[in-house]
Ligand binder design. Structure first.
Ligand SMILES: C[S@@+](CC[C@H](N)C(=O)[O-])C[C@H]1O[C@@H](n2cnc3c(N)ncnc32)[C@H](O)[C@@H]1O
Length: 195
């Protein structure tokens, strides 16, 4: 598998979306990650500030963001995943994170949980180029002084640093946060960014 971005990611969830949405382990993990993201980002939800949830899937993360007072739009490349999120009454659409279907500076906050690992490539350079593209797009749709939370499952130790570098190159200020659980393999790392 050299590139699961795009059509392959769309195909992957055919017939698996309902199962994803019902799986207790998945719900628990995604809920924990989303709540941790909101805590770290400390975003201001006072006036229903706008947030984009990239790779919203069936809306597990989107619903939590909405329940925290944000005006949230979820976006995902998979039709069956988005269909389930729609059934929950969430504001979601189908789209690809390489080409965000939004105007410049549309969102105060951008959020993405367990999604960017879909970026793969033949070698480090190709992966870097893809992250560069996604970082530029996220920068473009983020308002001035906006903030971003990214959690994903990097394929290699270094991929998190590559990703952070590309976000900084796009114009963000940012850093990595690591939650330690005693066993290094269980540690969780996140990217926090400010425009
Ligand atoms: C593990 S799910 C996470 C869903 C959600 N954030 C949650 O917490 O439950 C990852 C999602 O990323 C989406 N995805 C993969 N490639 C994408 C792309 N190029 N653009 C937008 N979404 C993509 C997949 O379709 C999938 O629904």
């Amino acid at each position: 598998m050299t590139d699961v971005l795009g059509s392959d990611a769309r195909l992957y969830w055919e017939g698996k979306a309902e199962e994803y949405d019902r799986n207790r382990g998945i719900i628990k993990t995604q809920t924990g990650l989303t709540e941790r993201g909101l805590e770290l980002l400390k975003p201001d939800s006072k006036h229903g500030s706008t947030m984009l949830d990239i790779g919203c899937g069936t809306g597990i993360s989107t619903k939590i963001i909405m329940d925290n007072g944000f005006s949230v739009i979820g976006m995902d490349i998979s039709f069956p995943m988005v269909e389930i999120a729609k059934r929950k009454g969430l504001n979601v659409l189908v789209g690809d994170f390489r080409f965000l279907p939004f105007r410049d500076k549309s969102f105060q906050h951008v959020f993405s949980v367990s999604t960017l690992q879909w970026i793969t490539g033949r070698d480090e350079e190709e992966i870097r180029e893809k992250y560069r593209m996604v970082a530029r797009e996220i920068y473009r749709v983020t308002k001035e002084r906006g903030s971003v939370f990214i959690q994903f499952f990097p394929a290699t130790e270094g991929e998190m640093e590559i990703t952070l570098k590309e976000f900084k190159r796009a114009g963000f200020k940012g850093y990595l946060v690591e939650d330690e659980f005693g066993d290094k393999r269980k540690n969780k790392r996140y990217i926090l960014l400010n425009k």
